[in-house]
Design a binder for this molecule. Sequence first.
Ligand code: GDP
Length: 297
Amino acid sequence: MAFESLSDKLQNVFKNLRGKGRLTEADVKAALKEVKMALLEADVSFRVVKQFISAVQERAVGQDVMNSLTPGQMVIKIVNEELVKLMGSETTEIHLKPANEITIIMMAGLQGAGKTTTTAKIAGKLKAKGRKPLLAACDVYRPAAIKQLQINGEKQGVPVFSMGENHKPADIAKAAVEHASKNDQNVVILDTAGRLHIDEDMMNELVEIKEAVEVHQTILVVDAMTGQDAVNVAGMFNDKIGIDGVILTKLDGDTRGGAALSIRSVTGKPILYIGMGEKLSDLEQFYPDRMASRILG
Ligand code: GDP
């Protein structure tokens, strides 16, 4: 389960706080030191942890809290509120154009992050909302990726546009949009190529796609299990091509949770959805408040 160890540690700290009755400033500071350690062990970025702890501390050591009847509860409430804030407070949706226009969504990410699977998951969500999505196979380097998209598209009942491996991704994107316009489809989701590491070619290819068609939303798919690497990847993609939001995959297998807690603060971009399993239905909207409750138990 996601956040298992962070959740366990925080619950221990809070059990001690609750049990104390009256609290001194030193008690709160000692507890926050433990919270800090727990967050660092969860692979939350150091800068984010420092800011988080000082924000909590500023609110938690005041007389209002110390003199209240349940100071432990108040500290926990403050931690909860700051966690929600850290993850962006509001739920952010993928922004779509009106249904009579074509919305172009570009999916980006490193190989293995779960991009192709997530592309099909998103298509299913949009279809359920009454949209008519078309998936476009722009990963021309791995024939298996095209095949995988076709299989997943079929499972979702969503058409897949492919031109094989011998065309430039930007040209495929353009042709896919034309195809959508002829066939009354109003969302085109571009599944782009991922590589093992970020490189110039990869970024240039994404820029070329953006120059060829009017991409309305660029969504980055990152693997939660890679922790701070996922956060760094998100920062780099945002600097190079500009992203509108992040989908965090494999949160079902991420016991630490550092990426979920750091990405918003480091990149300024919201987490839109979380991947909770391999099945095409395992994609959940991201709710910062529910996530904070999940962490605090
Ligand atoms: P791509 O290279 O980025 O297109 O990655 P794929 O879509 O091929 O996914 C790589 C692997 O991760 C596959 O085995 C997927 O089933 C798996 N995967 C994708 N998303 C999730 C998720 O949210 N949870 C889990 N447990 N596995 C996932």
